[in-house]
Design a binder for this molecule. Structure first.
Ligand code: CA
Length: 568
C-alpha cells in the first residue's frame, strides 16, 4: 500500500498502534490533508461536444439549462477559457496538459483501412511525431497522474484519442470506462465500428439507449461505487457527445423547443448579444460579428419550419445534457460528496458549421429533412446559420482559431473551495491548465518518467489562484489546427486563417475580432509571430496541409465492423 492510498481508517489505526511519528515522516500530501482534517476534493470534468459559446443560459443563451446555471450561480464562470477548436486535439490536450501536437494528436485520430476507401486520406497517422493519431507514451493522462496519489479514476463518454486496444481509457490510467471510443455516432444506437465499450468489453446498446443518458448512468454508477469503496477521492471525466451531430433528441425534449426558433437567427443573435451585455459577459463596445447567412426574413416558410426543427433538436440535446447533469449533482448530494467536489464544465470546441464537402457551404444544415425527429441519420446538422447564432457574438466556428472556434464556457463549482458565487473570472485560461489544477488539488507529483518513458514537462498553470480572484501570471497561449493559428498574450491576440496573413486584435477593446490593429503595433505583431514560430518548432507543429511522411506506411490495424463480426 502506498502512502497516498492511506485512508482515514488506516490513520486512526496507526495512531492507536502508537506508530504515528514513524508513519508521518514518510508521508506525502494525502496524509497532510488528513491531518488538517480535510480530505482532498473529488474532481469531475464535464465536457460538452460542439457547442456554441452562448447556448447555455448562464452564458447568454435561451436554451433551458437550470442545472448548469445553478453550478454557475454557486460557483464562478471564466469568460476567456480556450479549447483547441476540434474534438480529438482538445481531448488530447485536456487529458495530458500538453498542446495536442506534443501528445501526437496534431490533427485527428487513427482510423483503419476502411476509412481510406472514402477517397480522402483518413488514416490520420501521418508518421510525424506530432501527427500519429493517438496519445503517445511521452505524456501522461490526468488519470495516470492522479492514480498514484490514491484517486479512483473514472471515465464515461467519448474518448477519441486512440482507436485501437492499447490506446483505450483503461490503457491510459482509468480504473473504469464506459462510452464510445471513436468520434461521432448515432445517439440511439452507436454503430458497431464506433466501439461502445465497458472497459474492454463490447456493449450492444439496449432498448431505450441514448448516449447522453447512458454516459450519465455509468458515471453515476462508477462514482457511487468509488464513494462507497473507501475514503479516497475520485477523478471523473464525463465527456458527452451532445450536442455534436447527428441531431438526435427525445421527442418530449424536442417538443419543448419546437416553434421557439421560428423567430429566426437574426432575432436570436440580437437577444443573446443584448443579454450578454447585461450579464457583463461582453462589452457593449464590441461589435457583434457579421451575420454569416441570409437574412431570416428572406427565407421561405417551408424552409423556416425545417430550420426551426433543426435548432429545436439541437437545443433539446443540450437540455437533455443539462437534465443529466442535474441527476449527477443529485447523486453527489445524496452521497454527501457534493461540497468537496470540484466540478468543471466546458466545451471541446465552438459551434459546428461543418459540411459534408470540403468547402463548408452548407448554411441550412446537412442531412435530409425527413430524418429530423427520427432515430436515423449520421451527418444530420443544424448548419452554419444556426452555428453563427450559437457563437454569438463571435466569429467563425469549430476548426478555426478565432473566438468562435476556441472560446468555451468554463464553470467551476466547489462549495468548500470556491467562496465567490456567481462571479466572472476574466483571466485567459486553456485546457492545458486542467492538469496542473488537478495535480495541485490532488497533491500529486507530475512524473518525469512514467512506465519507462520520459514525460514532457507540462505546459499550463494551475487555475487555483483564479478561483481566489488572483492573477494566473502566464505568458502566452498558442493554437494551431489545420493551419488556423493564434497566439493569446495578455490582452493581445494574433490570429490567422489557414494561408491567410496574421491579424492582431486588442481583446479588451474588440474581443469579437472585428478591427485589425496590426498597422498600429508592427513590432508587437512581429514579436508574436516569432513567438508562434518558436512554439510551433518546439511542439512539432508542421505547415498545413500535412501529408503522410514519405516512405511511411502506417501499421495495419482492424476492428470488428458489425455485430456479426463480434465473438460475444
Ligand atoms: Ca467537438
Amino acid at each position: 500500500m502506498s502512502v497516498h492510498s492511506y485512508t482515514r481508517r488506516d490513520f486512526l489505526k496507526a495512531v492507536g498502534l502508537g506508530t504515528v511519528g514513524v508513519t508521518l515522516s514518510g508521508c506525502a500530501g494525502g496524509m497532510r490533508q488528513i491531518l488538517g482534517g480535510k480530505k482532498r476534493p473529488n474532481i469531475i470534468l464535464i465536457m460538452a461536444d460542439d457547442m456554441g459559446y452562448s447556448d447555455i443560459g448562464c452564458y447568454g443563451g435561451e436554451v433551458d439549462t437550470p442545472n448548469i446555471d445553478s453550478l454557475a450561480a454557486n460557483g464562478i464562470r471564466f469568460t476567456q477559457f480556450y479549447n483547441t477548436a476540434r474534438c480529438c486535439p482538445t481531448r488530447a490536450s485536456l487529458l495530458t496538459g500538453l498542446y495536442p501536437h506534443q501528445a501526437s494528436i496534431g490533427h485527428m485520430t487513427v482510423e483503419n483501412a476502411e476509412a481510406n476507401e472514402e477517397g480522402r486520406e483518413q488514416h490520420y497517422d501521418y508518421g510525424y511525431p506530432g501527427y500519429r493519431g493517438s496519445l503517445n507514451r511521452n505524456c501522461v493522462t490526468i488519470a495516470e497522474a492522479l492514480k498514484p496519489a490514491g484517486y479512483h479514476t473514472i471515465m464515461s463518454g467519448k474518448w477519441h484519442v486512440g482507436t485501437f486496444e492499447g490506446m483505450w481509457p483503461v490503457d491510459r490510467g482509468f480504473d473504469e470506462y464506459f462510452g464510445v471510443i471513436r468520434g461521432a455516432c448515432n445517439f440511439w444506437n452507436p454503430e458497431p465500428k464506433r466501439l461502445l465499450l465497458h472497459n474492454r468489453e463490447r456493449i450492444k446498446p439496449w432498448d431505450g439507449f441514448y448516449t447522453t443518458d447512458a454516459f450519465t448512468d455509468y458515471a453515476i454508477k462508477f462514482i457511487s461505487k468509488a464513494s462507497r469503496a473507501d475514503d479516497n477521492p475520485f477523478f471523473c471525466y464525463l465527456a458527452y457527445n451532445a450536442p455534436h451531430w447527428p441531431l438526435h433528441a427525445w421527442p418530449e425534449d424536442i417538443a419543448k423547443y419546437r416553434g421557439k426558433y421560428r423567430k429566426g437567427w437574426d432575432a436570436i443573435r440580437k437577444e443573446r448579444y443584448e443579454r450578454m451585455i447585461r450579464m457583463g459577459l461582453v462589452k457593449a463596445e464590441w461589435d457583434m460579428s457579421d451575420r454569416d447567412a441570409p437574412a431570416w426574413e428572406d427565407i421561405g416558410e417551408e424552409r423556416k419550419d425545417e430550420l426551426d426543427f433543426r435548432m429545436a433538436i439541437y437545443a433539446a440535446m443540450i437540455d437533455r445534457m443539462d437534465q443529466n447533469i442535474g441527476r449527477l449533482v443529485k447523486t453527489l448530494k445524496d452521497l454527501g460528496e457534493l461540497d468537496n467536489t470540484l466540478i468543471l464544465f466546458f466545451v471541446d470546441n465552438g459551434a459546428c458549421a461543418e459540411d459534408e464537402g470540403e468547402d463548408f457551404e452548407d448554411v441550412y444544415g446537412g442531412g435530409p429533412g425527413w430524418q429530423l425527429g427520427t432515430k436515423k441519420g449520421y451527418f444530420l446538422t443544424y448548419g452554419r446559420a444556426w452555428a453563427n447564432a450559437s457563437n454569438t457574438p463571435y466569429r467563425f466556428y469549430k476548426h478555426w482559431s478565432h473566438e468562435g472556434g476556441i472560446a468555451s464556457p468554463l464553470i467551476a463549482h466547489w462549495p468548500e473551495g470556491i467562496k465567490d458565487h456567481g462571479a466572472f473570472r476574466h483571466e485567459p485560461a486553456h485546457l492545458i491548465d486542467l492538469m496542473p489544477t488537478c495535480l495541485e488539488l490532488a497533491e500529486a507529483e507530475y512524473p518525469k518518467h512514467y512506465k519507462g518513458h520520459a514525460i514532457l514537462p507540462k505546459e499550463g498553470v494551475s487555475l487555483l489562484p483564479a478561483f481566489d480572484d488572483k492573477s494566473l501570471n502566464r505568458e502566452a497561449i498558442y493554437f494551431e489546427h489545420e493551419g488556423n493559428r493564434a497566439v493569446r498574450m495578455g490582452k493581445w491576440k494574433l490570429v490567422a486563417e489557414h494561408a491567410e496573413p496574421w491579424r492582431l486584435y486588442d481583446m479588451e477593446a474588440d474581443r469579437t475580432e472585428m478591427h485589425d490593429v496590426s498597422g498600429d503595433h508592427r513590432q508587437l505583431r512581429a514579436k508574436m509571430i516569432g513567438m508562434y514560430d518558436s512554439w510551433a518548432r518546439r511542439c512539432g507543429v508542421l505547415p498545413w496541409p500535412v501529408r503522410r511522411k514519405s516512405g511511411f506506411e502506417p501499421p495495419e490495424r482492424d476492428y470488428p465492423k458489425t455485430w456479426e463480426d463480434l465473438r460475444v
